[in-house]
Design a binder for this molecule. Structure first.
Ligand code: GAL
Length: 672
């Protein structure tokens, strides 16, 4: 598959946007399948994910395959013009694997083995599990390589397993030997002179299993790197088999947004299409922004290319303690939000609601009550309207702002034994993202190693761990004319998790024109008053720092307490650019003011001069999407004459959006 060209995707070139869901026909008698296929066709479904949890059905005992049923499913889909995202079912091995080879079952940090009877019960480092994974992958690849319905391979499901067994320990040691070469280097990197942790023999080195008190943070950081790498290794082995059989069929595995256990930057380049599962929490006012940020992360993971929303829910899920349904119009709004932010595939978990099993009470595209329901009617309507957006498929979402996010820094920050666990990497991302979201300013989420040269503004809400090269790149970016905003507690540790000594943030001190000497968390119930340089006040919370300007101007200072009169926010003319440092957690409105000023520095504006609250605006290709997440009907002024692709109606001067309504405005060429 040609992945280098932005926006091309053989699937969508043929089909416009992809629409469908997980299809689990093994849960139903065959007479239901034909009905399903007819219903899918009527709903405009053009892609189904099949076989994610079918290993036991496909290989009822080691080496004996039963492919007949899957042949019939793929044939049926093919006859109905529905492409298949065929899964490699390694996320849920059959009971025979754990029964015959208990070493394939994962062990938790307490040394307890986790059993089958659920899913995900595998040790990523188990040689036996890996061997059986290869065998089933090869069998599926051989059998279906030439099937006309096969459109994409879906490896595993939501990678994230961790195992602390002895086989994993041996693999961890091998990984550490590769990384450090010898024990002396490991001891130094882990700082094992602390608490008498020095290792004298490789055999003594183990995963961070349950221990009496805090575990060495570098050991844990390396363990996280290792665990993520083991999963990637497993993915790669399967992908390579698939590529060998079907070099032109794209391979994906479904992500889970800001998921902590896997470094998605390392995975992303290894697959042909990025796909994600997204289950926005109903009723949470922060949901629209968090979902948008997650979608932007997916676009970033794909290097700007379109991605696939592999799973979402038409209504309530079953795994929250109290599962709120989605009001009519909500799943459509969420689906179109993903389209606006670069998704070319809009798929659901799942097609038909299960009668049995742990997910009996999870919403689906066809509910238990059947197709004669308002929910299924809405699904069908949504499938129809997606065809009207076919021209959007493959188009990019241009952004002049980047936000830096790094898994390793996230892992390092979350170690226990830090100044405050209230400073949280993903919360900081969201806090800094909201002001852009509210203005309709598009943001790319990028890794610290990204080429930043195309961006007018780069924000690093928290880069607790930063390597020298990445810090130098951020510095060079600002010196070269960019606008850089750095959030609190950044640049604190090196890639070993060792604190960089000196006035902080050591590797960014010069570019920021300021430095600090103490981190000073504050009581949750005691916000700190601060003052902008124009005298206006605001509140900050949770976190403060004792800072000194060293060439930077103080744009906000603390207005009370121990830090009264000391800088809270500084701005520095660094070379040809500008660098901001924020040594606290300003309340949302104040962060909005700050980002507004940084946007002015960068000369970046949103797509519309006026955007009512709760209305999301994002441009994809030439189409401006407007999405009303609020409870009120709003009028959005639109300066250019346009046509709403969803309704075909002209938009002149303004559009009116009822709650949960969406407009997809294509500008009209003058005179056209
Ligand atoms: C996903 C998973 C699906 C299904 C769904 C329910 O995490 O991939 O198999 O369990 O959640 O929301």
């Amino acid at each position: 598959m040609e992945t280098g060209k932005l926006g091309t995707h053989p699937l969508t070139e043929e089909r416009g946007l992809l629409f469908g869901g997980d299809y689990n026909p093994e849960q139903w008698p065959e007479e239901v399948w034909r009905q399903d296929a007819e219903l899918m066709r009527a709903a405009g479904v053009n892609l189904v994910t099949v076989g994610v949890f079918s290993w036991a059905r496909l290989e009822p005992e080691p080496g004996r395959h039963d492919f007949g049923w899957l042949d019939r499913v793929l044939d049926l889909m093919g006859e109905h013009g529905i492409a298949v995202d065929l899964a490699i079912p390694t996320a849920s091995p059959p009971p025979w694997l754990g029964h015959r080879w208990p070493e394939t079952l994962p062990v938790d940090e307490d040394g307890h083995r986790l059993w089958y009877g659920s899913r995900n019960q595998f040790c990523p480092s188990s040689a036996r599990y890996r061997e059986r994974s290869q065998l089933i992958t090869t069998a599926l690849a051989e059998r279906y390589a030439a099937h006309p319905a096969l459109a994409i391979w879906h490896v595993g499901n939501e990678y994230g397993e961790v195992c602390h067994c002895d086989e994993s320990a041996a693999a961890f040691r091998a990984w550490l030997r590769e990384r450090y070469g010898d024990l002396a280097t490991l001891n130094e990197s882990w700082g094992t002179t602390f608490w008498s942790q020095g290792y004298g023999d490789w055999a003594e080195v183990v995963p961070p299993r349950r221990a009496p008190y805090l575990i060495n943070p570098t050991q844990r950081l390396d363990w996280r790197r290792f665990c993520s790498g083991e999963l990637l290794g497993h993915f790669r082995e399967q992908r390579d088999v698939l590529r060998a059989h079907t070099p032109d069929v794209p391979v994906t595995t479904n992500f889970m947004g800001f998921f902590n256990r896997v470094d998605y930057w390392s995975f992303a380049g290894e697959q042909d299409v990025v796909s994600n599962d997204c289950y926005p929490e109903p009723g949470n006012p922060r949901t629209p922004a968090l979902t948008a940020l997650t979608h932007d992360l997916m676009r970033g993971l794909g290097g700007g290319r379109p991605w696939v929303l592999m799973e979402q829910a038409t209504s309530a899920v079953n795994w929250r303690p109290h599962n709120l349904p989605k009001p009519p119009g909500q799943f459509r709004l969420e689906s179109l939000q993903a389209v606006a932010r670069g998704a070319d595939g809009l798929c659901y978990f799942q097609w038909r609601a299960s009668r049995f099993g742990s997910e009996r009470f999870h919403a689906a595209m066809v509910p238990h009550a059947g197709p004669d329901t308002r929910l299924h009617a809405a699904v069908r309507e949504h499938g129809r309207e997606l065809r009207r957006l076919a021209s959007v498929a493959g188009t990019p979402v241009p952004a002049r702002v980047a936000m830096v996010f790094d898994w390793e820094s996230w892992w390092a920050l979350e170690e226990r034994g830090r100044p405050s666990d209230r400073l949280n990497a993903t919360e900081q991302m969201l806090a800094y993202y909201v002001p852009f979201f509210e203005r309709g300013v598009s943001v790319d989420v990028v890794p610290p190693s990204a080429d930043l040269s195309a961006y007018a503004l780069v924000v690093a809400p928290n880069l607790f761990l930063v390597g020298d090269r990445d810090a130098a790149a951020l510095t060079a970016y600002a010196h070269g004319g960019g606008v850089l905003v750095v959030g609190p507690f950044s640049g604190v540790v090196d890639p070993n998790g060792h604190v960089r000594t000196g006035r902080f943030p050591v590797p960014l001190r010069e570019v920021l024109g300021a430095s600090g000497e103490e981190w000073l968390p504050v009581a949750a119930e005691q916000p700190v008053r601060c003052r902008w340089d124009d005298g206006a006040g605001f509140a900050a919370s949770t976190w403060t720092e004792l800072l000194r300007a060293e060439g930077a101007e103080t744009v906000a200072e603390f207005a009370e307490g121990d830090l009264e009169g000391r800088p809270a926010v500084v701005r520095h003319r660094a070379g040809n650019g500008v660098a901001w440092y924020v040594g606290t957690m300003p309340e949302p409105a104040a962060l909005g003011t700050l980002i507004g000023r940084a946007l002015d520095d960068a000369g970046v504006t949103g797509p519309l001069p006026e955007l009512p609250p709760d209305v999301e605006a994002v441009r994809r290709g030439e189409v401006l999407f407007l999405l009303n997440h609020g409870a009120d009907t709003v009028r959005v002024p639109v300066p250019e004459p346009a046509t709403d692709l969803l309704t075909g109606s002209p938009a002149r001067g303004h559009v009116t959006l009822t709650p949960r309504a969406v407009a997809a405005l294509r500008p009209e060429v003058s005179g056209g």
